[in-house]
Design a protein around this ligand. Structure first.
Ligand code: ADP
Ligand code: ADP
Length: 230
């Protein structure tokens, strides 16, 4: 079974032309893949469609067996609980502690206090940040801040993890560590889709590459084409 299925999906924003055009692909349950392509190719838009932050102009999207056309506005928060999202700019709340940032998805779900403590510590342990619960994320390095973002994304045990240029603000060493974290979550069964143009970072990794150019999937994955997207 597939965790993500796109069938002939096109998308345009108000006043724009098609930014995704007739896109068909699947991500299998338990698979990890990279979504590549130059800036403006439509990577963020594709991820937004998966998370129901946008509705497609045409075509069908099925996520974890749910046809998104049938998910009504009021059901979107519940739908999103199956998905963890990691952002390029971390999206942390700097007036709250690391603990509170990671706890947020659990608080929203109304999970009890003791459970929250246990699960936040497990998530921070998984990203190597146990012991930093009380500090403000502002005191952390970029790589550590992104690990807080990843802990927040996985704390509620989502089946699917989406990441949009998660290493865009990190130096190469931290970027490698972040990619290794995604691999580790994938190894324990989480489906992972990572949008990135850091081709150098991913070319030696054993995952499928889904490549977008001007809103279209390209099946050609020649090294020249790949290099051009760095
Ligand atoms: P990528 O993530 O690959 O850089 P995006 O999905 O962000 O690509 O953008 C694809 C295209 O859609 C770009 O031309 C961008 O300018 C346009 N776009 C993105 N968001 C909007 C929006 N909210 N309104 C209009 N155009 C948008
Ligand atoms: P903010 O405090 O700026 O809303 P969030 O991290 O809460 O930062 O969310 C940033 C964007 O990502 C928002 O548009 C939000 O709707 C969306 N978002 C947050 N959590 C999820 C999720 N689990 N799945 C999909 N989208 C999400």
């Amino acid at each position: 079974p597939d965790i993500i299925h796109f069938h002939r999906v096109s998308h345009r924003y108000e006043g724009s032309g098609d930014v995704l055009s007739d896109v068909t692909f699947t991500l299998a349950k338990g698979e990890m893949a990279f979504l590549t392509g130059p800036s403006g190719a439509g990577k963020s838009t594709l991820l937004k469609l998966v998370a129901l932050l946008e509705r497609p102009s045409r075509g069908q999207i099925v996520v974890n067996g749910q046809n998104l056309a049938g998910v009504r506005r009021g059901q979107i928060p519940a739908f999103r609980q199956q998905i963890g999202v990691v952002f390029q700019n971390f999206n942390l709340l700097y007036d709250r502690s690391v603990f509170d940032n990671v706890a947020l998805p659990l608080v929203i779900r109304g999970i009890g206090h003791d459970d929250i403590g246990r699960r936040v510590r497990a998530a921070l342990d998984a990203v190597g940040l146990l012991g930093k619960e009380k500090v403000s994320p502002i005191t952390l390095s970029g790589g550590e801040q992104q690990r807080v973002g990843i802990a927040r994304a996985i704390v509620a045990k989502p089946q699917l993890l989406l990441a949009d240029e998660p290493t865009g603000n990190l130096d190469p060493e931290m970027a490698r560590e972040v990619m290794q974290l995604f691999q580790r979550f994938n190894e324990v069964g989480v489906s992972v889709l990572v949008a990135t143009h850091a081709v150098g970072l991913i070319k030696k990794l054993p995952y499928r590459v889904i490549h977008l150019e001007r809103g279209q999937l390209t099946t050609r994955q020649s090294p020249e084409l790949m290099e051009k997207t760095v």
